[in-house]
Design a protein around this ligand. Structure first.
Ligand SMILES: *[C@@H]1O[C@H](CO)[C@@H](O)[C@H](O)[C@H]1NC(C)=O
Length: 290
């Protein structure tokens, strides 16, 4: 029998050797990067997502505030904004830490994706808590966006969110698309936890394709906090930003289907960590409201 401290030391050595940072060095994939204009868009829409953490954002990302929405019971918050330069209606959702906590305990039931005006294939299931939260504000958001696009022909729709806000933005994107057919839509999420099952992932991939951008910062533990073992699966398209500092050349486009084993999922989840709190060097709760 080896003494316990030696076993512990051995276990630690094995752990350090298999530590993702060690892998980082060994694998050191070359980063083809993304086009700089696309990278700038990733940062741009993150600023909406961070502004959604503000109690009141008068000019989200410097643009026109159309509507604030809020459900006090589920604490679901966000805004609809209009950018008359880019000709876009932007819907941003606030993320909450408590929802991520919920995701870690037993409340990660997958439930049928039933929402307004959307009829996904049978078997499409999503996180019950996220869906409930989205449905509390969905009619408000759909009505507001519908009104905007009818008054502003030629505008497209963008949804954005950080953390759980990313999950809500994902549910919102496919719902808005179904309610407003023919209006171009794009989705940007940052540190989004897994939101639904395989059917959901395929549904989002099918409906949005490369118009869905799911950004993961280095070792952010939240995207993997709800494991695939529970029947969850990520949709695409993951962009893994690593290493820091963030730039177009340190941002890699992963396989479009969502669970690229050479991207962020190769790291075991570390839960809520510092990497979750900063994207592109910007703290996730920064208001860009003037
Ligand atoms: C995807 O985005 C492009 C560029 O904005 C747009 O032309 C296209 O209609 C969008 N596709 C969908 C399905 O909304």
């Amino acid at each position: 029998m080896y003494p316990v401290p030696l076993l512990l030391t051995l276990a630690l050595v094995v752990r350090v050797l298999s530590h993702p940072f060690a892998q980082d060095k060994l694998q050191a994939p070359d980063y083809p990067g993304v086009p700089p204009a696309f990278f700038n868009d990733l940062v741009w829409y993150f600023k909406y997502a961070t502004s959604a953490y503000s109690f009141f954002c008068l000019y989200p990302n410097g643009k026109t505030l159309v509507r604030l929405f809020n459900d006090p019971i589920t604490d679901t918050n966000g805004f609809v904004a209009r950018d008359d330069t880019r000709k876009e209606i932007v819907v941003a959702f606030r993320g909450t830490w408590s929802a991520v906590d919920i995701a870690t305990d037993a409340n990660v039931l997958l439930t049928d994706f039933v929402t307004f005006g959307l009829h996904p294939p049978a078997g499409t299931k999503v996180h019950a808590g996220f869906l409930f939260a989205w449905n509390t504000v969905a009619l408000d958001v759909i009505t507001s966006v519908e009104r905007q696009v009818s008054h502003h022909p030629g505008y497209s729709i963008v949804t954005s969110g950080h953390s759980m806000g990313g999950s809500l933005a994902s549910l919102a994107a496919v719902t808005l698309q179904a309610n407003l057919p023919g209006i171009p839509i794009r989705l940007y999420t940052y540190g989004q936890p897994r939101t639904g099952n395989e059917e959901f992932a395929m549904f989002v991939n099918d409906r949005l394709g490369f118009n869905s951008s799911r950004i993961v910062h280095t070792s952010d533990g939240v995207p993997t906090i709800i494991p695939v073992d529970l029947g969850y699966r990520h949709h695409g398209v993951e962009y893994w930003q690593r290493p820091d500092p963030a730039s177009a050349s340190t941002t890699r486009r992963c396989d479009a289907d969502g669970e690229d084993p050479t991207c962020s999922t190769m790291n075991p989840s570390r839960g809520l960590n510092v990497a979750h709190d900063f994207y592109f060097g910007i703290p996730a709760v920064t208001p860009f409201c003037i």
